[in-house]
Design a binder for this molecule. Structure first.
Ligand SMILES: NC(=O)c1ccc[n+]([C@@H]2O[C@H](COP(=O)([O-])OP(=O)(O)OC[C@H]3O[C@@H](n4cnc5c(N)ncnc54)[C@H](O)[C@@H]3O)[C@@H](O)[C@H]2O)c1
Length: 209
């Protein structure tokens, strides 16, 4: 499905999906828009607007049909198939992500890891094979991995990014502080936990509930 939706809406969709999956697991068939809003902590007007980008889905006085909505989200979010991701840099942060490995509550899993250290190369860690980073391009291309998570030292981030793109990467989740340059068809998502924490502190200080 090819459609353009606001970034803020796109960011909320996985949260809606997780909540609906939980309801489905609990065999709930239908929810009111206010229950939905309370659970995901997004006001019901915003939820309605988010969903309206895909056609009107709620029914007045009825709320939302859980199974219908879930089927629909599965398609939108591609939850029907598992996406493999590669992790580059198995230090403090990389190890933590590898142990966590996303797939328990999402459709993404780390299926290949890369580092420069001999003691890690050709081992299996948390069930994931670790390769020599010199083989990054080749492995990404052979395994058709299009998502790459970068947890390498900042100084090598651009080089690794270039190699990943040469291997076919279409999305880079960048944990380093380097602002990467990449062609337009490659999406770079920067993740900065300090930023997130400072934003949280800003909201605590500037808004009273
Ligand atoms: N965005 C955030 O919130 C956040 C939080 C913590 C760390 N970081 C960043 O994440 C990165 C990793 O942090 P860390 O604490 O895990 O560092 P670390 O030094 O513990 O780990 C770096 C790993 O990268 C490997 N490495 C080095 N050069 C490499 C190369 N050319 N190819 C492949 N692997 C290589 C090292 O062997 C090591 O295993 C750093 O850039 C750090 O600044 C970001």
């Amino acid at each position: 499905m090819d459609m353009k939706i606001p970034r803020a809406t796109a960011k909320r969709l996985p949260m809606y999906y997780r909540y609906l999956s939980g309801l489905h697991g609990a065999k709930v068939k239908r929810i009111s828009s206010s229950t939905f809003a309370d659970a995901v902590q997004v006001d019901s007007a915003t939820i309605r607007r988010d969903l309206s980008y895909f056609g009107a889905l709620g029914k007045r006085g009825y709320g939302y049909d859980v199974d219908d909505l879930l089927d629909f989200f599965k398609k939108i979010l591609n939850q029907d198939h598992l996406t493999n991701a590669a992790l580059v840099g198995l230090g403090n942060l990389g190890q933590a992500l590898l142990h966590f490995n996303f797939h328990k509550d999402s459709n993404v899993r780390i299926s290949a890891a890369f580092d420069i250290h001999d003691n890690m190369i050709n081992t299996v860690q948390s069930g994931v094979p670790v390769y020599d980073v010199n083989d990054l391009e080749k492995q990404l291309s052979e395994q058709q991995i299009e998502v790459v998570i970068l947890t390498v030292p900042t100084g090598v981030a651009q080089k690794i990014c270039d190699q990943a793109i040469a291997g076919g990467a279409k999305g880079i989740m960048n944990f380093t502080s380097k602002r990467l340059s990449a062609p337009k068809n490659v999406r770079v998502q920067n993740v900065d936990l300090t930023n997130e924490l400072q934003t949280l502190i800003y909201f605590i200080e500037h808004y009273d509930n």
